[in-house]
Design a protein around this ligand. Structure first.
Ligand code: PCA
Length: 215
């Protein structure tokens, strides 16, 4: 039976929750067609995050891996297009470490593209009434680090396994502490991730939309 690995992060930067873990854990055990979703929580720590991801992939041998992270300040579900080979922490991770301008993997390519159908995902999210856009930067903190490590592993020995990263907004209770910040209700995020998984399983060749319609 095919397995889908969904990862979410532990809270970081003084927050009490991380919506990525709250949302993916709600989908643990979800059967979607032939596939079953497995949720794993990842530390918000450079290095350790990749070791935990590797262990989860070794254990589950998934056919699809979708990592999810919080992007405070964003108002939409944003599938990421590209992971870059740089760690440059604006803040410390949960182990207090702040790498500056270091490669995620020394000697690896500068970047990898997501192998999820990011534009089809945005199309399907919008059709379901959920705000979404393609993002062209996952930042340079632990989310990009995890995304890059995932794509590097899949490129090297993924055997056709597809993967990518999706950033999600704050939950309303987080945004309430930061007046003016956008947020999205947990139920909407969970619904969005169901669509992200379903579209990723169903669509193997992404749309070729031009004109910025899905950006
Ligand atoms: N968001 C952070 C790291 C963990 C998370 O959920 C990021 O965007 O890098």
């Amino acid at each position: 039976m095919p397995r889908v690995l969904l990862t979410g992060f532990e809270p970081f930067d003084g927050e009490a929750v991380n919506p990525s873990w709250e949302a993916v854990r709600a989908l643990d055990g979800w059967r979607v067609g032939e596939a079953t979703v497995h949720a794993r929580r990842i530390a918000c720590v450079f290095g350790q995050a990749l070791r935990e991801l590797d262990a989860a992939i070794d254990e589950l041998q998934p056919t699809l891996v979708i990592a999810v992270g919080q992007a405070g300040g964003r108002a939409e579900i944003t599938p990421e297009r590209v992971a870059i080979n740089i760690d440059d922490g604006r803040i410390c991770d949960n182990a207090g470490c702040q790498p500056i301008d270091e490669p995620v993997v020394a000697g690896a390519p500068a970047a990898y593209f997501s192998t999820l159908p990011i534009k089809a995902i945005v199309r399907d999210l919008r059709a379901a009434g959920l705000p979404a856009s393609v993002s062209n930067s996952a930042g340079t903190f632990v989310c990009n680090h995890l995304f890059f490590g995932l794509m590097h592993r899949l490129a090297a020995r993924g055997a056709g396994v597809r993967g990518g990263f999706v950033h999600i907004p704050f939950l309303p209770e987080q945004a309430a502490r930061w007046p003016g910040q956008p947020s999205m209700a947990l139920a909407a995020v969970i619904e969005a991730l169901r669509i992200v998984v379903g579209t990723s399983l169903a669509v193997h060749e992404d749309l070729r939309e031009t004109g910025g319609a899905l950006h």
